[in-house]
Ligand binder design. Structure first.
Ligand code: GYE
Length: 306
């Protein structure tokens, strides 16, 4: 509970920190690795974790946060499924004097005092890296390049930013034409289904840009079922670099993956302790990451833990 007795440190009488974590869901390999990282890091840091899975629904996350407030946890962390609509519940946490840390995904609240910090990737940069690879790949060519895009969850920060970062880079060259762009909700099943529809509606698709590996992997199944060769007939760019994605990259079925690290647990626990100790922490903590070609994937694969 939050009855802090030692100089506002926010710790319980037994000295143990309790964290409520409202996770997005279990929609992707990235998310599974992220959940594992958070659970393991909490255990290693001696932090008691109350964990909930919102099944990709904002209303479930809001319910979970309200229940953490009612349980008087010491600190709340969550990965907001979408960017908008958090002010009311975060105000409730603030009024209850429970600090909040955003992990992985940002929110669009104007009031930045509603949370202590935001730790995660720069998704605009990720989208730009995807676009830059494409520009290089087609450098010197003049024929139209027909692109299809599988977007992440509608309204989520990674979907919004990976789309805009990519669009920003490719708009400089009119040969790049996005002929279809739809959400695949970051899942393999949806990625496959939407790619099937794309293939039916468009006889000539040159490139697929999928906002995560899982949707790309689902799309590969659809492409193969349509008698085409992924990575050759249709070039594929994805984001995340989870093991299954890297395996497809090493096999040449994906052509380029922009890395997005899910291993946020240790940094999150560290920040939580600092917040509860009254230390000042940066408003924004960036994840360090890179990007991979098929050759680099072969080297990196043995080291991938997720
Ligand atoms: O890229 C995707 C997951 O928010 C960065 O969510 C995360 C994204 C990740 O479902 O695979």
């Amino acid at each position: 509970g939050g009855e802090s007795d030692d100089a506002g440190s926010g710790k319980k009488d037994d000295g143990k920190i309790t964290m409520g974590f409202a996770q997005v869901g279990a929609e992707s390999g990235w998310r599974t690795a992220n959940t594992k990282s958070i659970q393991e890091a909490a255990a290693a840091a001696g932090i008691e974790l109350k964990f909930s899975d919102a099944q990709q629904k904002q209303e479930n996350q809001i319910k979970a946060i309200r229940s953490y407030i009612a349980q008087k946890v010491d600190i709340i962390a969550f990965s907001p499924v979408v960017e908008s609509g958090w002010d009311t519940v975060l105000k409730e946490a603030k009024d209850a004097k429970i600090p909040v840390i955003l992990t992985d995904r940002a929110i669009d609240s104007k009031d930045t005092t509603l949370y202590k910090t935001f730790i995660g990737s720069d998704f605009v940069v990720e989208g730009k890296k995807a676009g830059e690879w494409l520009v290089k790949e087609y450098a010197g060519k003049t024929d139209t390049v027909n692109l299809v895009e599988l977007q992440g969850t509608t309204g989520s920060a990674p979907a919004n930013d990976r789309k805009s970062g990519f669009a920003d880079v490719i708009k400089a060259d009119p040969k790049f034409k996005v002929i279809a762009s739809q959400t695949g909700d970051f899942t393999r099943a949806k990625g496959k289904e939407v790619m099937e529809a794309f293939l039916k509606a468009n006889p000539k698709i040159d490139v697929l840009y999928a906002h995560n590996d899982d949707m790309g992997l689902g799309a590969i199944e659809a492409i193969e079922a349509a008698g085409k060769k992924p990575g050759v007939d249709i070039k594929i760019i994805t984001v995340d670099a989870v093991k299954d994605g890297m395996t497809a990259l090493a096999a040449g079925k994906i052509n380029y993956i922009v890395e997005c690290s899910p291993l946020l647990g240790p940094q999150l626990m560290d920040l939580a302790k600092k917040v509860l100790n009254g230390e000042t922490i940066p408003q924004r903590v960036l994840t360090v990451e890179s990007a991979f070609t098929p050759e680099q994937a072969k080297t990196e694969l043995p080291n991938r833990k997720y």
